[in-house]
Design a protein around this ligand. Structure first.
Ligand code: KIV
Length: 288
């Protein structure tokens, strides 16, 4: 039986594996964390080799892989399957998997059982959406050795409750609630926090208030410890109007539409470079 070369080739990535202490060290010395979503082995190999620090098996796979209108139909078995695919090809990047809608909100025990499934599939950390109401759950997981990334701001699993994909924390009451949720997640032991569609000044303030909880922004300005994008957005593959916080990294900024684009590997390497150099996001263009 022949083995497809892309399945057997040794990864060119010779860097040491990213761990929580290494990510914390990077963050403490001001090096930005470059994270991307990833859903399969081929992209995991490319992203890992391009030096992406953290791969997120996001439940955005519901949108970009399954063609669903939201992340709500994504199940725990879908997440475990894609986490296994990514884990097989990844050598060094820190691997995070989303707890999907309906699998963690009811009780700490329910969240623990779902997190065990994802950790056994190869995740090193699980992500969940929500604030203070989930503090007990976060503490329960952390006390049992499961690193947790919280997710605040625009939380796509709550899109119907939030009334759409819109910037969160704009008025003072909403900003105060977001600050309180972030403090609750930090106190519960969350090691990371994704801040999605949050005004840049608020994201910067939360990042500075909780340096032990590495903040990763998406549409949250440049003041977070790192950045994440949905891979398909970065590659310019998402149809429709491009959200303001997204940049198509296959195109040189300002290049003519007919100019040849970068390869996927080069576009991902450019993203890593631009995040670390503080060039992306440009708050004048990508922030709220
Ligand atoms: O599921 C996902 O891709 C995410 C990112 C947008 C942070 O949660």
């Amino acid at each position: 039986m022949s083995v497809h070369p892309s399945a057997s080739a040794a990864s060119p990535a010779a860097r040491p594996a990213l761990s929580l202490p290494r990510l914390r060290e990077m963050s403490a010395r001001g090096e930005k964390i470059a994270m991307l979503t990833c859903y399969d082995a081929t992209f995991a190999r490319v992203l890992d080799a391009a030096g992406v620090d953290a791969l997120l098996v996001g439940d955005s796979l519901g949108n970009v892989v399954q063609g669903q209108p939201s992340t709500l139909p994504v199940s725990l078995s879908h997440m475990a399957y894609h986490t296994e695919c990514v884990a097989r090809a990844n050598t060094a990047a820190w691997l995070i998997a989303d707890l999907p809608f309906g699998c963690y909100e009811a009780s700490p025990q329910q969240a623990f059982d779902a997190a065990v499934t994802l950790m056994r599939a190869g995740a090193r950390m699980v992500k969940l959406e929500g604030g203070g109401a989930l503090a007990e759950t976060v503490r329960f997981l952390v006390d049992r050795g499961i690193p947790v990334c919280a997710h605040l701001g625009l939380t796509p699993q709550r899109v119907f409750a939030l009334g759409g994909f819109r910037v969160q924390g704009r008025d003072e009451a909403a900003a105060a609630a977001l600050r309180a949720d972030a403090a609750a997640m930090a106190a519960a032991g969350a090691a990371m926090l994704v801040l999605e569609l949050v005004p840049a000044a608020l994201a910067r303030e939360i990042s500075q208030a909780h340096p032990q909880m590495m903040t990763i922004g998406i549409g949250a300005g440049a003041g977070t410890a790192g950045q994440v994008l949905v891979l398909h957005d970065l590659l310019g593959l998402t149809p429709g109007r491009r959200p303001r916080f997204v940049r198509d990294f296959t195109r040189e900024p300002g290049s003519a539409p007919e100019a040849p684009g970068l390869t996927i590997a080069a576009a991902v390497a450019r993203y890593v470079h631009d995040v670390k150099a503080g060039v992306f996001p440009d708050e004048a263009v990508h922030a709220f």
